[in-house]
Design a protein around this ligand. Structure first.
Ligand code: UD1
Length: 433
């Protein structure tokens, strides 16, 4: 964004006006997973043939990743829910700082650039409101694969010695099961010489989606989705047509919570239920009936009771649904203890929920939420993507009209949210001032 447009955004303060307390009814459609699509796009760097992804969500983060890949010389065609990539003529191994800084996942392209070209210069991703978010595990793993890595003036420079510029497979044990590090190393290892094992790997469905795409491109990977991934390096990868991104489990979870907080029966589809097991269990525990079939989930909320949650790596309760779940708990009967264990600063939505009448006490990284009988509307701001989603949910349940600002965050991760919610009976209006 230019300085002028940033200023005008601020003056205009785009926001959503949400009329609360409406009953919802019908089917909420889930888009493709943002966190998968972003990383699958960087996998397109690994081949000189065409990679076509479908079921790609329409989000500002996706267009941002498209711009980053274009800056590297990738041909990117985005139309509807399809993204077609061709990296036959890469012209750069250095994504520009201004673009990487606003999109953390773009750092993960360091793995595919190294695998394909044997060199990469990638700016460190900027800090983030929810926590420090280091990339030491990514760098440690790349070094284990034989890369020479230095970090100077905020830029990570990595290269591979030797005339073939090829990484060498190696055993890697991650200190923590970082999603991004697992994905970066997976992309680096598929074209390496020999066998790589990643122990204590992240088990998130998005890692499995990446491994599936890479396998369709000719990679030799086993164990993805479990704690140990084994990669046998191959000489080259080929293109893929029509690879569908998995459904977004976080968007699906947010929609189930929208049903619960409005006490409305709703159907959410498509969903892969195993991707949401921990969340579905908590929804049942707090009094929702769920009917699950191969395409989706029908939820019938009852009298919502307080339950406790602790965020954990997959298959535990996802940190990305902590804020939306807290919004639900502000309206539950009883006291809920919500512990954030992944990010050190991810309770910023508490103050905003309090402005809407929620009763919440924070002790360190734990929020103690006493349910209230009714939230009341207020002007509120979502300080990050999932905090913004929590504000939308609270607005759906509150008395009166809630004004939610911070839409630049919401638009990073929720495809057409007002259109989707309005189609099931909500009343959300986007306004500019
Ligand atoms: C991904 C998701 C994000 C989600 C997060 C955790 C994408 C694009 N984003 O982010 O939505 O919230 O997983 O589920 O997929 N850590 C270290 N050292 C490292 C790397 C990470 O200590 O080198 C720590 C982080 O500080 C954090 C935890 O590991 O506490 C999880 O981070 P990580 O899994 O790396 O998150 P991302 O891949 O950035």
């Amino acid at each position: 964004m230019t300085a002028t447009s940033a200023v005008s955004q601020e003056i205009l303060n785009p926001h959503l006006c949400i009329e609360g307390r409406r009953r919802l009814q019908g089917v909420l459609k889930v888009s493709g997973a943002k966190n998968s699509a972003l990383v699958l796009m960087t996998a397109g760097l690994l081949t000189d043939e065409t990679v076509e992804l479908t079921n790609v969500p329409n989000l500002t983060d996706i267009s941002g990743m498209g711009r980053i890949l274009s800056a590297l010389g990738v041909e990117v065609h985005h139309s509807g829910d399809s993204v077609v990539l061709n990296a036959a003529n890469l012209t750069s191994h250095e994504p520009p700082y201004e673009l990487v800084n606003s999109l953390r996942a773009s750092f993960f392209c360091i793995g595919s650039l190294l695998g394909r070209l044997g060199q990469a210069r990638v700016p460190l991703p900027g800090g983030c409101r929810i926590g420090a978010r280091p990339v030491v595990e990514h760098i440690r793993g790349l070094k284990a694969l034989g890369a020479l890595v230095s970090v100077e003036h905020g830029i990570v420079t990595a290269s591979v010695k030797g005339s073939r510029k090829r990484l060498t497979g190696a055993p890697i044990v991650l200190d923590c099961p970082s999603v991004g590090a697992t994905e970066t190393l997976l992309m680096a290892a598929v074209l390496a010489d020999g066998t790589t094992t990643i122990e204590n790997a992240a088990q998130e469905p998005e890692v499995q989606d990446l491994a599936n795409l890479l396998s369709q491109m000719g990679a030799d990977i086993s164990g993805a989705g479990g704690p140990v991934i084994t990669i046998q390096g191959v000489e080259r990868l080929h293109g893929v047509r029509n690879y569908p991104v998995i459904p977004d489990r976080i968007e699906a979870g947010t929609f189930l919570l929208a049903a619960a907080i409005t006490r409305s029966p709703i159907r959410v589809e498509p969903v892969t239920p195993e991707h949401l097991s921990a969340v579905l269990q908590k929804l049942r525990d707090c009094g929702c009936q769920l009917e699950i079939d191969h395409r989706g989930i029908s939820i019938t909320p009852g009298d919502i009771q307080a339950v406790d949650i602790t965020t954990q790596p997959f298959p535990g309760f996802p940190t990305d649904l902590q804020a939306p779940f807290m919004a639900l708990m502000t309206t539950a009967k009883g006291t809920s203890v919500i512990s954030e264990k992944i990010y050190e600063n991810r309770l910023q939505h508490v103050a905003e929920l309090q402005r809407m009448g929620a009763s919440i006490r924070v002790e360190g990284s734990t929020a103690i939420v006493e349910g209230v009988s009714q939230l009341s509307s207020a002007p509120v701001t979502g300080s990050d993507l999932r905090a913004a989603a929590a504000m939308v949910l609270a607005g759906l349940a509150a008395n009166g009209t809630t004004k939610v600002s911070g839409l630049k965050h919401l638009d990073r991760g929720y495809d057409n949210v007002e259109e989707k919610l309005n189609a099931v009976g909500a009343n959300l209006k986007r306004q500019q001032s």
